[in-house]
Design a binder for this molecule. Sequence first.
Ligand SMILES: Cc1cc2nc3c(=O)[nH]c(=O)nc-3n(C[C@H](O)[C@H](O)[C@H](O)COP(=O)(O)OP(=O)(O)OC[C@H]3O[C@@H](n4cnc5c(N)ncnc54)[C@H](O)[C@@H]3O)c2cc1C
Length: 588
Amino acid sequence: MSQTGKRTKTRHDDYRGRGVLRELLIPWGVYTRAMSTGTTSPQTIVIVGGVAGGMSAATRLRRINEEATIIVLERGGEVSFANCGLPYHVGGVIPDRGSLVLQKPEQLKRRFNIDVHVRTEVTAINREARTVAARNVLTGDVQEFSYDALVLSPGSTPFRPPIPGVETAHVLWNLDDMDALIAAADGASRAVVVGGGFIGLELAENLVHRGMSTTLLEALPQLMPSLDVEMAWPLVERATHNGLDVRLQSAVTTISPNGVMLSDGTEISADLVVVAVGAKPNTELAVAADLTMGEAGGIRVDEQMRTSDPHIWAVGDAVEKERVDGHTLVPLAGLANRHGRLAADSIMGQPASAKVAYGTSIVGFFGLAAASTGYTERVLVAKGHRPRIIHTHPVSHAGYYPDASQLAMKLLVDPDSDAILGAQVVGDEGVDKRIDVIATAMSAGLTASDLMDLELSYAPQFASAKDPVNMLGYVNDNRRRGEKSVQWHEVSEWMDQGWILVDVRTDGEYSRGAIPGSQLFTLDELRENLDQFQGQRVIVTCRVGQRGHTAASLLAQEGIEVANLDGGYLTWNMGVAATPSSEPAPAH
Ligand SMILES: Cc1cc2nc3c(=O)[nH]c(=O)nc-3n(C[C@H](O)[C@H](O)[C@H](O)COP(=O)(O)OP(=O)(O)OC[C@H]3O[C@@H](n4cnc5c(N)ncnc54)[C@H](O)[C@@H]3O)c2cc1C
């Protein structure tokens, strides 16, 4: 029934029996035979949500089955738009708005024979009748669509924290949001972005590109929660270097059209406030239809992306993904696209099985890239693990070839099984390659030691003969064989317990900055001073941990108890800078 009282048309009548040659009735619906495989498949598939997951499902369905009726119902004004590109149009990096819209409904009809209904919001699922009710958001007219299979890909909604005045703030989630944001930014000069996750970072950078004086506020002590605190520090440095004012541990208590107020009473004036503090899955339809929900608040699906109703599949941000040790929300475009395709295969009776999700992601920020996969140290420790932690700082390509830059890498390993639990890479060049190699290794079940043996491409402008990923494997191998290490945040505690700290860098390096309480013995002087360390417990450190490893090997062979500072002075410095209260500042 139409809620507006207008005549309601049932699409089921339009589609059922239209040109279907090999119709077959089986217990849960009317099926056609998929052309490529000869398996049975549903005749009418309705898809809720026409962007990442939904449109991947729709086009894949058509590629497998020419006969099925495929209907996409989308609440917004466009389907198949590039939400990941929105911040870059705000900043003018992507000047043409039209390039963000990848497919128009007319094109989808012509090329794929997909019936797309935009500005059409699905308001209810009737599981018994296998229909959905959909409201035209412009006219209020309600229509009913019958399905044999239903795919839910309704995405998520930006979270608006319960702060007074939050309704005056902008969000950035779709093209309408982007247009409103750009209109507000035109002629404005000061902006505040609340939230230091990947959308907050991308947006803040692009507002700076627009020439706006921008402040980025984050309530946590770090940016990018997908990184550990020390690995996130270069983002703060890069922001500062580019004139973006970053304030950590800054909780907003009030938002108004004139700016924000922080919990410590600080007022920050702004013409424009944008809130980017995460998203919540759009599960209302699924909950109302009594589909099984998971503990993390998303729709629960099996490895074929099928919900608790055998006629309903769900993908994308609204769905919980299987991770190594449980199910959780992983709102990323790659997974939504992959699972949309996988759901289509499953609907068409083709083999399909989702793999464990590692949450592999990357953000670009003023030329810096920060990427991660798997779990962070913070999460692992909270789960009760004691991972082996490895920090390295290799150059992105051979140091002798121009423009090499330094990476910061972190690997988290299960010390018992040698399984890779997570990785993080931050730097200017080659970050994507390294994180993707490690993510692939994890997905293939390779161990951390296997990273040593990966045969990776090399020429001086791209890598080193021992690629940074191989180097992580070597360090892991040393540690697996018993080399002791100490983490940056443990140094002062160990020194309190009587360990001495020996810095084996050069005089020049030491004079530019050193860990308080350390003694300088350059690596080349160490051999002739071994007597001094007998009976002592020694932490050795250098710039990145490599000379420290040589020093540790030497001392250990002399019977001296020794530990190498993991990641050396660079990691210690990042950690201390990121957590000012944890360690004394470097001595100069
Ligand atoms: C600004 C921004 C930048 C991003 N950048 C990246 C990135 O760089 N990398 C990355 O991996 N991920 C990124 N993402 C996340 C990525 O876009 C999402 O994970 C992905 O789009 C989720 O796909 P989905 O199909 O679940 O939802 P969406 O792609 O959001 O599509 C859901 C659609 O469903 C529609 N809908 C919802 N409810 C209904 C209803 N009841 N009836 C009809 N239609 C409905 C919505 O209007 C929406 O268009 C970004 C997201 C944003 C917003």
